[in-house]
Design a protein around this ligand. Structure first.
Ligand code: NAD
Length: 372
């Protein structure tokens, strides 16, 4: 069998497309993993060094995320091999070339990812007729402005805290990475009287057991200033955010921040993954063994893609926020119930829930029944 089929399993990938257009210097890979639930939504990543394997694995992660969120969309991802910091006119040419090349891959709906933004999605929509994460002027819903992912996180946390009998009023929250996801999660949790006791950015950690002034911190970040410029609270190093005792700890910065060497330092009851893959599987196991409730990334941070799905249908911001709350309020308990019933890790339970949904969708299809 050809090496190209080395990733093939019961779910996919349906198509792995290598694109080469020498006239624009374009080299790209599109991995469409599975479309049984509907046309696949997934980001366009621009990076100099991504492998076909990585494109496939990211596409599979989107299959699980979209299915777990209960969206009528499959999973995919594409990668353009280039430096995203190139001059804007070169970037436009390259992305328009990419968009022309994927025009006929109609079961692929591109969205923004590392190295691409809403302007790039506008170029793709112009060339290929479809994209999500668009500028507002052409029907986009600004998900980072409205806090789509932060809202979803707060809803997932609200479900989790019911599960362990924790009251949100007075619950202590720590956030690593006070950016689009982190600050909105803090805002939505504060509406339910949770108290932000520490937050961090690349400049360091700020902590106050009596509660930080959330509005002041959000205003600081809006001015592009670091959290350490805040007048109150203890100023600590960037890593110190891991040591602050709390009830809810939210990684909302980078991948791989919690691992076997630092997981023992966390003192929390809920670990709610805002960032993608912020924690190794071994560290998630260690947390579960200590009775910490882990909310896996693709369950807890699905607000962004739910928002994109609404945008694709021409829906409004209000409809997006309502659907995020509805979907995550339904899917999180399904995962936690499975954890309670089987004793599985939350991530394992979530993958099994998503896989079961994809298999059910596959049974409705003439091809791709998953029975091979
Ligand atoms: P962002 O750039 O708006 O914010 C990231 C914040 O993290 C910044 O304040 C930055 O200073 C801080 N930071 C970076 N490295 C840090 C570190 N080592 N320690 C502490 N702080 C650090 O990004 P975002 O959109 O909020 O995304 C955050 C994470 O969530 C990313 O991993 C992203 O892939 C993931 N995510 C985002 C969305 C979304 O809707 N934006 C959806 C799903 C997942």
């Amino acid at each position: 069998m050809e090496e190209v089929f080395r990733f093939a399993d019961q779910l996919g990938p349906l198509k792995l497309v290598h694109i080469h257009r020498s006239s624009v210097g374009l080299k790209a890979i599109v991995a469409i993993d599975n479309v049984a639930c509907g046309p696949a939504i997934g980001g366009v990543r621009m990076a100099p060094d991504v492998s076909t394997e990585e494109a496939f694995r990211l596409a599979r992660a989107m299959t699980f995320k979209n299915a777990a969120a209960g969206l009528p969309h499959g999973g995919c991802k594409s990668v353009i091999f280039a430096d995203p910091k190139m001059p804007l006119s070169d970037k436009e040419r390259l992305i328009r070339g990419f968009a022309a090349a994927i025009r006929d891959l109609t079961d692929y709906i591109p969205g923004p990812d590392m190295g691409t933004d809403e302007l790039a999605m506008g170029w793709i929509k112009d060339e290929a007729g479809r994209a999500v994460g668009l500028p507002r002027e052409i029907g986009g819903i600004p998900l980072d402005e409205i806090g789509a992912t932060g809202l979803g996180l707060a809803v997932a946390i609200d479900v989790a805290r019911e599960h362990i009998g924790l009251s949100l009023a007075g619950a202590r929250v720590v956030i690593q990475g006070f950016g689009s996801v982190g600050k909105h999660a803090a805002r939505f949790l504060a509406e339910k009287e949770a108290v932000l006791v520490a937050a961090s950015d690349t400049g360091g950690t700020i902590a106050d057991e009596d509660g930080l002034d959330l509005a002041a911190l959000i205003a600081l970040k809006a001015e592009g200033r670091p959290l350490h410029d805040h007048g109150r609270g203890r100023k600590l190093g960037m890593e110190a955010v891991i040591d602050i005792p709390c009830d809810i700890w939210i990684p909302a910065a980078r991948p791989d921040v919690i691992h076997v060497d630092n997981v023992a330092r966390l003192q929390t009851r809920i670990f709610a993954e805002g960032a993608n893959i912020p924690c190794s599987v071994e560290a998630e196991q260690a947390l579960a063994a200590r009775g910490v409730l882990v909310l896996p990334d693709f369950i807890a941070n699905a607000g962004g893609v739910i928002c994109a799905a609404i945008e694709y249908r021409g829906g409004t911001e209000a409809a997006a926020l309502a659907l995020i709350a509805e979907k995550i309020r339904a899917n999180t308990p399904a995962v936690l119930e499975e954890v309670r019933r089987t004793g599985a890790l939350p991530r394992t339970a979530a993958v099994s829930l998503a896989t079961e949904r994809v298999h059910r969708a596959m049974r409705t299809r003439r091809w791709d029944t998953g029975a091979g």
